[in-house]
Design a protein around this ligand. Sequence first.
Ligand SMILES: Cc1ncc(COP(=O)(O)O)c(C=O)c1O
Length: 390
Amino acid sequence: MPTTTIVKSVPFHVPCIGKDEIRAVVETLESGWITTGPKTKCFEDAFARHIGVRHALAVNSCTAALHLSLEAIGLKAGDEVLVPTLTFTATAEVVTYFKANPVLVDVDPVHFNLSVEDAERKITSKTRAIIPVHFAGHPCPMDPILELAKSKGLTVIEDAAHAIPAKYKGRNIGTLSAMTAFSFYATKTLATGEGGMVTTDDDALADRVRVMRLHGMSRDAWKRYRADGNWRYEIIAAGYKCNLTDLQASLGLVQLARCGEMWRSRARIAQKYMQALTSMKAYDTLPVSPDVQHSWHLFVVLVDPTKLRIHRDQIIDELRERGIGTAVHFIPLHLHRYYQETWGYRAGEFPVAEEYFDRCISLPIYPGMTDEDVTQVVDALDEIATKFRR
Ligand SMILES: Cc1ncc(COP(=O)(O)O)c(C=O)c1O
């Protein structure tokens, strides 16, 4: 009888949900309050304390967090906002909600974060804001970005979808600029399925987000169904519907308490990958600046075309055949049809992002990975390197 080898698979991502998260959600279900309420308030307070910021405002996604931040600063039609081309479409798409223009910027060739030099070149009299993205969880060079913004009168709104917990020069991401947007999407380092948070130290910006995330209702309108609440509320603007639910917030509270422990697991996996890949000499890893703490949301390798005779796409296929799930972060925005047809971008315009995109693979990295899982990924990469070495 022919024998078949069963290859154990290592998925690209498995959310880190334990008994405490399940208990917390059940508790909320049993509490009789399942939408925005006391758990959301508690999550916001805990998040603000954790980050060390005056206000944390829970919303239903990072996309909403970015959208509401741009609304709060009063972005207008025709304004321009600088966004790195190497990001998820949400970062730029929110700019278009205002009939404003997303202006794409190339990335630096070391950490693949927003290039400050290219950003400076793209500033015009219409530029209002910069949205740096802490790509993969490696913080952007915030000092030069903030200096540039200050000198040109621009607002900085950080896209920290990948960056909890991450630090720049010892300071938590979420405390550095006017507003910061976090994501709690299923694959993120703190997951509530869907969810997001805006952090800010500015009372007026916080108030505007608080009102606009729930239909433009006056403050604390969510309390109107509580026994001790007031039925009266006032609509003060045409707002949106982006509130986080208590079901998600109860998950978030447990995840926040485990954030450090989950980070240590991911950092350990990253260390193992770094060691193994350095000796393999076929894939480059991205260096970590000495003045940052990387969140290790993603672990990216760059295929070295001078060492291997197959392309990144085939390596992904080879890994899949060996049971390893991977992803590509990201297809640069200017290579997508929408950005080309609507904003006139063309291939060849952002050479650093394009070369990166041609070579990058994101490997599995999540707290539930066992040592055997990491070894399986490393062995598969080694086998592929040996088979296809030039
Ligand atoms: C860099 C970046 N920004 C924003 C987002 C949007 O996050 P959300 O799904 O929470 O809206 C993502 C999601 O993957 C992302 O990677």
